[in-house]
Design a protein around this ligand. Structure first.
Ligand SMILES: C[S@@+](CC[C@H](N)C(=O)[O-])C[C@H]1O[C@@H](n2cnc3c(N)ncnc32)[C@H](O)[C@@H]1O
Length: 284
């Protein structure tokens, strides 16, 4: 990857994660990941207000579930899903082709620096794909430039970890009593856009209108049963077990399975989650 020039060098770690390690796992488990957040989709798409003929950008589209929904709503318009992960984009492309959505397109680009055309999009949306930029100020300036005057920006991002049972439960269980290092709140990662003041500052500095933050709380789905959920959780956070000895690892896995079993519902394994639905627009 040393010869890759289409990403901002600050995003190289994210490229490594999403294009190789995590991205391969996410692609293999595409259905699970897409379904995990499906309860937020109605609110996200309603806020996006996509109309026939719109040009839509889905930022960090992953395997493309929101791009497909956007393409369907855009009708004679188009939806472009962009992402750093080639394995996830391959699934996105295949799925859109299989269901016959010729107006869904995908591109392997770094949204922070990609030279989108000026005023290209009526709607820029993202389902948890906007929190991984090394330089969010540069990224949102680039996205604002690509948004038409009056165009909308709609982001689904996580609220802070204490309001997200899925994250606090799994990290506490897998920490197995160890004190894990806490990344700085503004480091790229799932919680980097959990502070409304900080996000507002970045969007306003990028030329977007002062955003609104709507709090949403929904169960997050981890699969139909403990076995599937364990595979899902360990695929994402299993690295936390790397330096445990065999006994500690055995006990920790047991604790994880117990916790998952306690979260079995009639709809599968579900944990509480809390997100911000952030909406803004480019002033005319
Ligand atoms: C948590 S996943 C969300 C995927 C998808 N939106 C969904 O809801 O299933 C975050 C995605 O953002 C993508 N991403 C991270 N940084 C990016 C960047 N600079 N440009 C484009 N995509 C990026 C990752 O590759 C990953 O697929």
């Amino acid at each position: 990857m040393s010869d890759v020039t289409w990403i901002d060098p600050g995003n190289a770690d994210q490229l490594r994660a999403w294009d190789i390690a995590e991205g391969v796992f996410w692609a293999e488990e595409a259905e699970l990941f897409e379904h995990a957040l499906h309860r937020y989709d109605d609110a996200l798409l309603r806020a996006a207000g996509i109309r026939d003929g719109d040009q839509v950008l889905d930022l960090g589209c992953g395997t493309g579930s929101t791009t497909r929904a956007a393409a369907w709503l855009a009708g004679t318009g188009t939806a472009l899903g962009v992402d750093l992960s080639s394995p996830m984009l391959a699934i996105a492309e295949r799925t859109a082709a299989a269901i016959g959505l010729p107006n869904a397109h995908f591109a392997h680009v770094d949204a922070q620096i990609h030279p989108f055309a000026d005023d290209e999009f009526d709607v820029v949306l993202s389902r948890t794909g906007s929190m991984f930029f090394a330089d969010p100020a540069a990224a949102f300036s680039n996205l604002a430039r690509a948004t038409k005057p009056g165009g909308r920006l709609v982001l689904l991002t996580w609220q802070p970890p204490p309001r997200n049972e899925w994250f606090s439960s799994f990290t506490t269980t897998l920490a197995a009593g160890r004190q894990l290092p806490v990344p700085p709140p503004d480091a790229p990662g799932p919680f980097s856009q959990s502070d409304p003041d900080e996000v507002s500052r970045i969007l306003i500095d990028a030329g977007l209108a002062a955003p609104t933050f709507e709090a949403h709380a929904e169960p997050m789905y981890f699969g139909p049963d403990v076995r599937t959920a364990e595979r899902f959780v360990l695929g994402v956070l299993g690295w936390l077990l790397a330096d445990l000895d065999d006994d500690a690892r055995h006990q920790t896995l047991g604790a994880l399975r117990n916790d998952l079993a306690k979260h079995q519902t009639t709809d599968g394994i579900a944990y509480d989650s809390a997100a911000w639905l952030i909406t803004s627009h480019l002033p005319r």
